[in-house]
Design a protein around this ligand. Structure first.
Ligand code: FAD
Length: 501
């Protein structure tokens, strides 16, 4: 069961939450983390912790009756399958024209993501978060985050020789022919382990197509880095299958949480109360924003402002596929972990950073796949819907059109030079560009607007946002390094000024 009170409570176990818990634990503050998902450390009957990627089972998705792959179809054939409803690791939350992929479990998004660990370009970081001292971020907090996340670089010699990145080398060849520059992407997947996978020395994970339903080996997810260190302080406890629903404030100034205890099929087995002096929201852009909106609009924290729910964006995500010539093979062995991106971010009119994504089906498909990150200034917002007691995202397909237009400029050029065409069979209908889902939800409780410049929620003391909700809709690169570094910076200040005082 839950303790009734802890000096500090952290909601969630993703990047922002994990950083915060580690630093609180190191400072000697007893801290409880509440996570709605499960702990992923126990192999089941098949000997593995996570579901196989190409034949998803109940472990793959969070309370769904059917898998929901990002690529909806191949040759217009639906590639999803029925599964048993279970508290699995990947969620897809639907809001009209936008759906959001999320990790559920101890480690949050780190369990399901592509491990790409990219520090944003300094000039763009200064543009999106002008109130944050960039010298301090690039001198102290980005390096600290990269070290603690155990980011590593691919061996260039191996990259050029291996089978697993033939698909990336082919996309690079096509991009370079059109005058584009590619760049290697650092990762939290252990590249040395991957090399041994290809050599047949260790069980395969990235080279067994694993990624969005969890990696059984090789990935340095948060449970292996920040959260392991947090537990190692002896001051941090993680409670799983605990979904925080309501936040209010007691007469003594402490926070009171209503928590649903879930079973493995999502049923509510108990409802508990828990108290905290310092409350840190690390439930992610969607989760933290929803908790604050519900608290404001149901009147449990009526002093929360209009800025809650504003400034949301999908990091300009657009996915697309190109059809290759018969002689241009991507290879049947494709690492699930991307290692290369096409860097057109300096294009003044259409900045795009496009990661070269795998299509690890185990057979040659003649497809080059990309996840493009574009600079789209459109922002969505959340409102609270009392009927469903949940947050609703307001985002339209038209708001995403600028992202498609920007990606199209570059991939039209690449197709033109290489005499190739788009694939029109991958996203459930005949569209070539998919911008109706995102892997990178950002914003909803933006730094300097809903909070002060260190994540302290405006209107209340001892209440903090630590996660991707702080970032105003865009980072220009994959976001978890930015979320981690910002959380490091904010918790430093909060420990010094609010907790140790
Ligand atoms: P999250 O990591 O989302 O963690 C939030 C946690 O809070 C979750 O564990 C959730 O279950 C829990 N939670 C939510 N609500 C509640 C509640 N009410 N009560 C209790 N617990 C709650 N980024 C990159 O930088 N590189 C990549 O390669 C990359 N690839 C991706 C691929 C996929 C398929 C996905 C889905 C994401 C990817 N991302 C990638 C994005 C990255 O994972 C996220 O930006 C990051 O995880 C967000 O961190 P966070 O701290 O904001 O919250």
């Amino acid at each position: 069961g839950l303790p009734e009170y802890s000096p500090a409570v952290v909601i969630g176990t993703g990047y922002g939450a994990a950083v915060t818990a580690l630093r609180l634990g190191e400072a000697g503050i007893p801290t409880v983390m509440l996570e709605m998902g499960q702990l992923w450390d126990t192999p089941t009957a098949d000997g593995s912790v996570f579901s196989p990627m190409l034949s998803p089972d109940k472990r793959s998705m969070w309370l769904k009756d059917r898998s929901e792959m990002p690529l909806a179809s191949f040759l217009w054939i639906d590639i999803n399958t029925n599964i048993e409803r279970y508290a699995g690791v990947l969620d897809r939350v639907h809001y009209g024209d936008m759906s959001v992929y999320l990790g559920r479990g101890v480690g949050g998004g780190s369990l399901v993501n592509g491990a790409m660990a990219v520090t944003p370009r300094r000039s763009y970081f200064e543009e999106i978060l002008p109130g944050v001292d960039a010298d301090e971020m690039y001198g102290t907090y980005f390096p600290r985050a990269n070290t603690a996340l155990r980011v590593n670089d691919i061996d260039r010699g191996w990259f050029e020789d291996c089978d697993a990145y033939q698909y990336a080398r082919l996309s690079r060849k096509h991009a370079e022919k059109a005058g584009y520059r590619t760049t290697f992407v650092p990762s939290v997947y252990d590249f040395d382990y991957m090399r041994r996978e290809e050599a047949g020395e260790v069980p395969r994970s990235a080279l067994d197509s694993e990624v969005i339903f969890g990696n059984n080996h090789g990935k340095r997810s948060l449970d292996k880095t920040y959260l392991a260190a947090a537990l190692g302080t002896g001051n941090v406890t993680i409670k799983t299958l605990q979904e925080v629903r309501d936040i209010r404030r007691g007469a003594d100034g402490t926070y009171r949480l209503t928590v649903r205890e879930l079973d493995e099929t999502g049923g509510v087995v108990a409802r508990r109360e828990m108290g905290a002096r310092h409350l840190f929201l690390g439930a992610g852009s969607i989760g933290s924003t929803e908790l604050l909106l519900r608290a404001r609009d149901t009147g449990t924290l009526p002093g929360l402002g209009e800025e809650i729910g504003q400034g949301w964006g999908p990091n300009g995500n657009v996915m697309l596929g190109r059809a290759n010539h018969a002689w241009d093979l991507t290879g049947t062995l494709q690492s699930g972990m991307p290692a290369l991106g096409i860097d057109a971010w300096d294009d003044p009119d259409n900045p795009v950073f496009a990661e070269i994504a795998p299509m690890p089906a185990g057979v040659e498909l003649w497809v080059s796949l990309y996840l493009a990150i574009t600079k789209n200034p459109a922002r969505g917002r959340f409102t609270y819907d009392p009927a469903s007691d949940s947050a609703r995202l307001h985002w339209t397909a038209e708001q995403g059109q600028a992202s498609i237009d920007a990606a199209k400029v570059h991939f039209d050029r690449i197709n033109g030079v290489n005499n190739t065409v788009y694939r029109h069979d991958l996203f459930g209908d005949t569209r070539a560009f998919e911008n109706r889902f995102t892997y990178h939800p950002l914003g909803g409780a933006v730094l300097g607007e809903a909070t002060d410049l260190y994540g302290r929620v405006k209107g209340y003391d001892n209440l903090y946002v630590t996660d991707g909700a702080l970032i105003p809709g865009s980072t220009g690169v994959n976001p978890f390094v930015t979320i981690t570094a910002l959380a490091e910076r904010n918790v430093d200040r909060v420990l010094a000024e609010d907790i140790r005082r």
